[in-house]
Design a protein around this ligand. Structure first.
Ligand code: ACO
Length: 232
């Protein structure tokens, strides 16, 4: 596993059942799932240009549900989340993915757009690390969707994308997201003070992480074993 190829030394093939990842953007594009949870059949797929209407409809409706947990963006919420702003966001997501810097997915439940989940700031070399972030439409919360989506994407990142560590940062007030990470066994590592500009101010965030070694048989298997999800 030569370090000069940008792959982690000493990792063996434990995280890469199919062998070491190849290509300029290993692990993307991909379709993941389905797995069944209380809310329905959860799948992940790359964002599409024609997601604009469904994406905008949910985002405009769910401002109160989302705004306190997402990075502050330019302009008004209505402008940033209008369907006409999707093509530039879609293009940016796809461009980062094609450069191997991100793995962006939309979450679908029973085939309908239900949220987004993104692995970003992919750093390879001796780190092989990235962050993970997600949101789920308000009408589907508490149905296991985010937990299933994170489980599938973590497994994919460790097994197919060649990553060794994934980090998640969460505001201490975000009880549902803390619960998602807790159910999946993410380990709390510290507090990042005034870390991210969210809803117009610098907010503290708790830092959680998982490494390949933490989940030798995968998170989806763990969820299924706990009776929290089912492979249809
Ligand atoms: N207090 C404590 N627990 C709660 C609360 C609450 N107020 N609300 C929900 N929960 C629990 C649920 O009961 C469930 O736990 P359980 O399975 O033990 O019953 C858990 O939190 C949520 O698990 P899921 O159902 O898998 O998650 P869901 O699909 O509801 O999505 C999410 C959770 C993504 C946090 C959603 O609420 C959301 O989109 N929120 C707004 C955006 C957001 O916060 N995104 C995350 C930012 S942090 C990050 O990306 C790393």
């Amino acid at each position: 596993m030569p370090a000069e190829l940008g792959l982690p030394t000493g990792a063996g093939d434990a995280g890469w059942p199919g062998g070491a990842p190849t290509g300029r953007h290993p692990g993307w594009p991909a379709r993941l799932g389905p797995i069944a949870v209380g809310a329905g059949l959860v799948e992940l797929r790359p964002p599409r240009l024609f997601d604009s209407s469904a994406w905008s409809r949910i985002r405009l409706r769910d401002r109160l549900h989302l705004e306190n947990w997402e990075p502050t963006g330019p302009g008004r919420w209505e402008e940033r989340n209008a369907s006409m702003s999707w093509p530039s966001q879609w293009w940016a997501l796809r461009s980062l993915a094609r450069h191997g810097q991100s793995l962006p997915f939309v979450i679908t439940v029973d085939g309908e757009l239900a949220g987004q989940i993104t692995v970003g700031n992919v750093v390879r070399g001796a780190l092989c690390s990235a962050w993970i972030g997600y949101w789920v439409a308000s009408h589907l919360v508490r149905g296991g969707v985010a937990t299933a989506a994170v489980a599938m994407l973590v497994d994919h990142c460790f097994a197919d994308a060649g990553l060794h560590r994934l980090e998640a940062t969460v505001r201490p007030e975000n009880a549902p997201s803390l619960r998602v990470l807790g159910k999946l066994g993410f380990k709390q590592e510290g507090l990042f003070r005034r870390y991210l500009d969210v809803a117009g101010d610098w907010r503290d965030h708790l830092c959680f992480a998982l490494t390949v070694e933490d989940v030798p048989t995968g998170l989806v298997n763990r969820l299924v074993g706990q009776g929290r999800a089912r492979i249809p």
